[in-house]
Design a protein around this ligand. Structure first.
Ligand code: FE2
Ligand code: FE2
Length: 356
């Protein structure tokens, strides 16, 4: 065990010393306060509405296949991160961190449940109504090389922490970069952004949807909005951990830049798949991913950056000094994460990587 592991919140018997715990819950308390039920919070009626709208839509079969593949990627991603987070829960010694990662594993499982529901209640029935072969969400048709590469690398970075002598600060920071920053922050946030633009009138305006052809999928957006709120907390935790290690001088910030920029081509390859013959222009999404990655690097390496509060956001918490972006916002469904401020560019190499 390395010298930077925090023992300050444990007694001599190994139990948590609550009188010395730095934040008495921190992000964990935020997770408890914002709990939601994936079986009940998104009504079956709303998913049925999505199903009917997709059956009645004028989408081509290729457009539906492309949409189905994106749902499959989301669902598989949630399952993968549920499994891959366990090594971090074992590697971390601080009780606050352990409690939070436990809640995160639970939340990733909830996200997987939502996408499983969406597959069974929307995707399969629509495929059947259209006369398209039903496929399991694990079918290899849905996963291109970029996707497989990114998640294989993330799995390796997480499971490395369980190997003899490998639970080091450096390796934990690399794990956060893969999991919390590349997958949860850049890739997932880009996908949410794209869904809201394509399937909600509350999302960003894309030129390609200005002619009123958007099919609104309220059930999907309701689920995504709740998931996004959880993910904002996950990303905030990961960013804070990385930033703490940089400020303590445990690691050089170049590790963050190198790791994220190495993963950029894989993220771009997922966003700009091109497997299905549709008119969708992925340029705005590729640009969004590039900007999101730039923000993450800038925020983490800036001493003045604003991160979500360690104290979490119960009904009476997190309102001091404007530090709490999660609690002062539009309520439990806002989905804001640390770093949503303008920052420097990712650089020419990063842009080239994204455009390949
Ligand atoms: Fe998730
Ligand atoms: Fe997450």
């Amino acid at each position: 065990m390395d010298a930077t592991v925090c023992h300050a919140t444990r007694t001599a018997t190994g139990r948590c010393d609550w009188t010395r715990t730095r934040s008495r819950g921190g992000y964990f308390r935020n997770a408890v306060y914002r709990h939601w039920d994936p079986y009940e919070a998104i009504p079956a009626e709303l998913l049925a509405q999505d199903r009917e709208r997709l059956i009645d839509s004028d989408w081509t079969d290729e457009e539906f296949r492309g949409f189905r593949a994106s749902i499959a990627k989301f669902g598989a991603g949630e399952e993968a991160v549920t499994e891959d987070l366990a090594p971090l829960a074992i590697a971390l010694d601080d009780i606050d961190d352990g409690m939070f990662v436990s809640s995160q594993i639970y939340e990733e499982a909830k996200h997987a449940v939502f996408f499983d529901r969406y597959w069974r209640e929307v995707i399969d029935p629509v495929a059947e109504a259209r006369g398209i072969e039903r496929l399991p969400p694990t079918d290899e048709e849905f996963f291109n090389d970029a996707y497989v590469q990114l998640f294989d690398r993330t799995e390796a970075a997480m499971h490395r922490l369980l190997e003899d002598g490998e639970n080091t600060v450096h390796n934990r920071v690399v794990a956060y970069c893969h999991y919390h920053l590349a997958v949860e922050s850049v890739l997932a946030q880009t996908a949410y952004y794209g869904y809201q633009a394509q399937y909600s009138d509350t999302g960003p305006e894309f030129d390609q949807f200005e002619d009123g052809t958007r099919t609104e999928l309220d059930g999907l957006i309701e689920g995504i909005t709740r998931i996004r709120s959880d993910e904002g907390r996950h990303v905030g935790f990961g960013m804070r951990k990385v930033q703490e290690h940089i400020e303590a001088g445990d690691v050089d910030e170049v590790i963050i830049r190198e790791t994220l920029q190495e993963l950029l081509p894989h993220i771009a390859g997922i966003v700009d798949d091109g497997q299905y013959d549709t008119d969708f222009d992925s340029t705005p999404l590729v640009e969004y991913a590039s900007e999101k990655l730039s923000r993450r690097i800038e925020i983490i390496t800036s001493r003045d950056a604003e991160l979500p509060p360690r104290r979490g956001a119960g009904p009476d918490q997190g309102r001091r000094g404007g530090r709490c972006r999660l609690s002062r916002s539009r309520g439990p469904r806002d989905g804001l994460v640390a770093g949503d401020v303008p920052t420097a560019d990712v650089g020419l190499a990063g842009r080239r990587a994204l455009q390949q």
